[in-house]
Design a protein around this ligand. Structure first.
Ligand SMILES: [Fe+2]
Length: 272
């Protein structure tokens, strides 16, 4: 299954502009693109304008060449497969959302990360592999990520965990720094990647052939989640908690395709 990038270059511009609270006029003055209203409108509508993108990049502290590469559809992360990891991409309104299963082959125990919009493909997968769901971890509480929680819980008696900074009713809360879980031979540790939401959490999973970072809506392939709470914290959290992991770490975002730390360090316009 090939999942397209979540965001276009226009989305990247809009998120960055919104995060830094620039009006169109302020952005025009910084970037000196003209005629600014027409050009900005065209860019935001998805029209490719090479010179304007090269000026807008530095004005927004984005990597201009990477922005151009996105606009030319030149970036797609290489497909990644890891034994013990499955991605579920389900429809939610006019978009799609990801949930993940991670499992330990020896004990046949599994953990879900978010629920997606529909539990059925997850439940079918568990059954087909003979896995027992013992844990559900919530990256953040936005409705698309927890929509299928009740259906998923009914599958057995998994414990459900959410960050105390963004608690989800009916779940066990944890504090970053003191929480850590084992799933058979695997280890799961939470990190704070707030900014898209108040207590946005990345779960780092070790023990499979590759380290995983299950990031919710912190970072996407080629973009970031909407900077709803703090743009500075979004960027800082991604930099210090995710992109500091080894390059071959697999990033599992809440929307769009799997990617890696190495790919995002090389291609994501938010991290020049
Ligand atoms: Fe979200």
């Amino acid at each position: 299954m090939s999942i397209p990038l979540e965001d276009t270059f226009s989305d990247v511009i809009s998120k960055s502009q919104r995060g830094q609270k620039y009006t169109d006029r302020a952005l025009f003055l910084r970037a000196a693109i003209g005629p600014y209203e027409d050009t900005l409108r065209a860019l935001k509508a998805g029209e490719f304008h090479h010179t304007a993108l090269l000026k807008l990049g530095p004005a927004l502290k984005l990597d201009a060449k990477r922005l151009v590469a996105l606009a030319k559809n030149e970036y797609a992360p290489k497909p990644v497969e890891v034994d013990g990891l499955a991605q579920f991409n389900t429809p939610w309104s006019d978009m799609r959302v990801n949930a993940y299963l991670v499992w330990d082959a020896a004990s046949k125990t599994a953990a879900a990360f978010d629920t997606g919009a529909d539990a059925k493909p997850v439940l079918d997968f568990l059954k087909s592999k003979g896995l027992t769901l013992t844990h559900i971890f919530i990256t953040h509480t936005h409705p698309d990520h927890v929509a299928a929680l009740d259906a998923l819980k009914a599958a057995g008696s998994p414990q459900v965990f959410s960050n105390a900074r963004e608690p989800l009713a009916g779940t066990t809360t944890f504090e970053i720094g003191s929480a850590k879980w084992n799933l058979g031979a695997l280890t799961i540790e939470p990190r704070l990647t707030r900014g898209h939401s108040e207590g946005g959490t990345t779960y780092v999973v070790t023990g499979l052939s590759r380290t995983l970072a299950i990031v919710g809506d912190a970072v996407f392939a080629g973009s970031i989640g909407g900077p709803n709470v703090s743009y500075a914290d979004c960027l800082d959290g991604i930099r210090t908690q995710i992109l500091s992991l080894p390059d071959n770490t697999v990033i599992c975002p809440g929307h769009g395709p799997l990617t890696t730390v190495g790919e995002e360090k090389a291609h994501n316009p938010f991290f020049p």
